[in-house]
Design a protein around this ligand. Structure first.
Ligand code: ZN
Length: 338
């Protein structure tokens, strides 16, 4: 089959690879309904994360089960499934506390920018739908696998409540999903920090009430101004740079909470700064598996439309153009037809 391999920074190709097969009794193999490119795929693509050997790319997936290992009990061939980008058993203590992304057996999904993919720990990782979903729902179901699940976790970790004032740092796909999540959780005011017109428009469509285009200290000052000098109850950090992390912490009011889901690159926090900030911080790789049943249900009932975040559709063969478009910020998120 043809699949996506990153050979070195900037060198991404669709090329011939072996089809995946069952390696462990707990594996499943699925036929993907669609695949996509994640903002985090851009870190190795840009050379900001080492590429020691060719990497099979892709960790967001949904599709139909074609084969399962002998120990798999909860999914069977022919079922439509969605899974998280973190593979988990869903039975260990961390999973039972809802932190499947710290599962004792944790692995990270790879190789999903392809027509077929192997999913280890299938019982714990995959959620099956009762019936085959309509084709037009595929982009939204694919979004639940990572980008929506991550934005949702950012809002959950930032303790968004009905009536809260929320600030969202980052206007990438995850930040936009954070806006959608905050709206669903009943936030009264949602301030999206963005300087790009098309992203501002989508943020407003997803429920943002205010747009702040300043960033860094100027952005913090603007949030203070908008919140009568108090700060936001909840802040979602969806970038992962030192500037965005400090911006997020400084935008929260004392006693407020920051949910940080941008993979950190060069973030350094000072102990004294944290001590006097008096804010709750919770972040990390999102335990998407915790939220999947609810998110899939919202999509199937057509109550949310996270799939709108995909603004570029390409065949898998043109994956290199998909990476370039996201790298140059011409596209928010690329969906790949497989
Ligand atoms: Zn576990």
């Amino acid at each position: 089959m043809r699949a996506t391999i990153l050979h070195s920074p900037g060198d991404i190709r669709c090329e011939e690879v072996a089809e995946p097969k069952i390696l462990e009794p707990t594996d499943a193999v699925i036929k993907l309904s669609a695949s996509c490119i994640c903002g985090s795929d851009l870190w190795p693509y840009r050379g900001l994360q080492p590429v020691d050997r060719p990497m099979h790319m892709g960790h967001e997936y949904c599709g139909v089960v074609v084969e399962v290992g002998s120990a798999v009990k909860t999914v069977r061939p022919g079922q439509f499934v969605v899974g998280s980008f973190v593979l988990s058993d869903n039975t260990c203590p961390h999973c039972r506390f809802g932190f499947q992304s710290s599962c004792e057996q944790r692995e990270f999904m790879t190789g999903a920018q392809a027509p077929y993919a192997r999913v280890p720990l299938a019982d714990g990782t995959l959620v099956a739908t009762e019936t085959m979903p309509d084709d037009d729902l595929i982009p939204s179901l694919l979004a639940t696998s990572d980008v929506l699940g991550t934005g949702w976790y950012a809002a959950d970790a930032a303790r968004v409540q009905p009536g809260s004032t929320v600030a969202v740092v980052g206007d990438g796909a995850v930040g936009l999903m954070g806006v959608l999540a905050a709206k669903q959780m009943g936030a009264e005011r949602i301030i999206a920090m963005s300087r790009h017109k098309s992203r501002q428009d989508l943020a407003l469509e997803y429920g943002a009430t205010d747009i702040v285009s300043e960033r860094g200290e100027a952005g913090v000052a603007r949030i203070r101004e908008l919140t009568r000098n108090v700060g936001a109850d909840s802040v979602l950090e969806c970038v992962g740079t030192d500037e965005s992390m400090h911006q997020a912490i400084n935008c929260a009011r004392p006693g407020g909470s920051v949910g940080f889901v941008g993979v950190p690159h060069g973030v350094e926090l000072n102990g004294e700064f944290l001590f006097f900030a008096q804010k709750s911080l919770l972040g990390g790789p999102a335990p998407v598996r915790r939220f999947l049943p609810h998110l899939i249900d919202l999509v199937l009932k057509r109550e949310i439309n996270p799939g709108k975040v995909f603004d570029l559709v390409l065949p898998l063969e043109d994956v290199a153009e998909g990476y370039r478009a996201m790298d140059e910020r011409r596209a928010i998120k690329t969906i790949l037809r497989v």
